[in-house]
Design a binder for this molecule. Structure first.
Ligand SMILES: [Zn+2]
Length: 197
């Protein structure tokens, strides 16, 4: 029987995305066997990240500074805002290297089943940003899931009073597909071929 320390380590690792009890045990063993090379440096970078990374109060992305580097980058187009569900989608779009405007992370999508309404998402802060700035295009880069599409329709209604171009990603994005899982080429094409709503 493992000591409580080892059991707790396995328990916590098992809760990580993509891991279960079996891979939790494997990772725990891997760490404990490679203390100097892997375990200690990992603890240090985890502590650093936990203490330094924060949520940007403007776009809700994660960065070591608030406002984040994307929000203060003078080379990015201040007239465009790309709305994504999650920070992972923002990272995917940045990897695809096709877009040079600003972002807004919703923090999820509307979902009747999960009880997620507009109040639970960063929608009001999006509308406030648009009202206060010179945004001319809003790109709704949401996942092609049912909830993603519901959210797109809701946002289109909310954005109607503002006089701006609202676009969505082209259908190179597979139905039910999540942006984070697309290869950069597919994402690049879907972004380039975005359509007006
Ligand atoms: Zn930001």
């Amino acid at each position: 029987m493992n000591s409580p320390e080892i059991q707790l380590l396995i328990q916590h690792l098992s809760k990580l995305p993509g891991l279960g009890p079996r891979s939790g045990r494997r990772v725990a063993l891997h760490l404990l066997k490679r203390r100097e090379k892997i375990f200690r440096p990992l603890i240090q970078v985890m502590l650093d990240a936990e203490q330094k990374v924060k949520t940007c109060h403007i776009c809700h992305a994660l960065d070591a500074s608030d406002p984040c580097t994307l929000c203060v980058d003078p080379k990015r187009d201040p007239h465009q805002i790309c709305v994504v569900e999650d920070v992972a989608d923002l990272w995917a779009l940045e990897r695809a290297n096709t877009y040079r405007g600003g972002y807004h992370v919703l923090g999820g999508v509307l979902s009747a089943i999960d009880g997620i309404g507009p109040q639970q998402l960063n929608i009001q802060s999006l509308l406030d940003r648009i009202a206060e700035s010179q945004i001319t295009e809003v790109i709704l880069a949401l996942n092609a899931t049912v909830d993603g599409q519901t959210t797109i329709h809701y946002l289109i209604e909310q954005l109607r009073p503002f006089n701006l171009s609202v676009t969505t990603l082209a259908h190179g994005v597979p139905i039910g597909g999540e942006l984070d899982y697309l290869d950069e080429g597919t994402l690049f094409t879907a972004f380039q071929a975005r359509r007006s709503t």
